[in-house]
Design a protein around this ligand. Sequence first.
Ligand code: NAP
Length: 277
Amino acid sequence: MSETIIPIAGVIGSPIGHSRSPKLHRHWLKVYGLAGEYIPLHVEPDDLAQVIHALPKMGFVGVNITIPHKIAVLNLADLVTDRATLIGAANTLIFRKDGKIHADNTDGYGFIANLRQEAPDWDPAAGPAAVLGAGGAARAVIASLLESGVPEILLANRTRPKADALRAEFGTRLRVVDWVQAGNMLEEATTVVNTTSLGMVGGAEFRVPLDGLRPGTVVTDLVYNPLRTHFLAEAEAAGCVTVDGLGMLLHQAVPAFERWFGIRPEVTPELRAAALA
Ligand code: NAP
């Protein structure tokens, strides 16, 4: 008699204790009545390759990848999606039945899906987008905004050479603005995104002047701890349409869950509550 194998997925990082991904995937497994497990795995960089190659042999159907492994996993995959190549990092691995490891990046998808769900009237083509920050998350945001049809991206980062490097890579629809001028670029924007870690609990405060924000502008923050950041509260007071960052985390998990467990799950208020619990 053949044994029923329960599909296992997980998230690999270091540290990993803070990850909310187990809560999301376990919520969906329960809601959809699926047999499956989702496990946080603390893995150090030196062990990454060995662990990734061992997991499919233990019943794993795939894993999420988080800091500090998002770039390193690209070299361990047999296939890398175009969007992961463009972003230069992967957050999802799929262990295929033929033994091949498939790497994808769903952060940009999650970013756009969150805006579309929470700000249904958002029109990326309405005007320039202003992006604060040029780290790993900014790459996914910029790639997906360009794909969505924003005419131009104004980009400011404390360390300007990092913004210049993104312009060299992503092309002429990016215009780099000095960090000290970041407040001014908001006047032109119809979409504004904070991709810096400013405003996060325990971190540095967000101090970019926001008086240039125009009413009706769609403003989103990738920081979701706290959920209502100072940046979003000020934007709301200025009459902007605000979208918090938790939804991006929830939506980026959708394509991975579908590939691993065979059902496309929904992002619901219950899922948000489960992620925050
Ligand atoms: P990262 O690669 O380390 O980049 C950090 C960014 O923040 C850089 O642009 C950095 O500027 C800027 N920054 C940090 N401290 C600053 C300060 N004191 N003043 C001005 N700028 C500062 O991190 P990441 O992976 O891009 O993540 C950025 C944030 O997005 C984090 O809070 C993360 O939790 C969040 N995030 C959320 C989601 C989601 O699903 N909602 C997904 C991914 C990331 P420099 O280049 O000058 O250092």
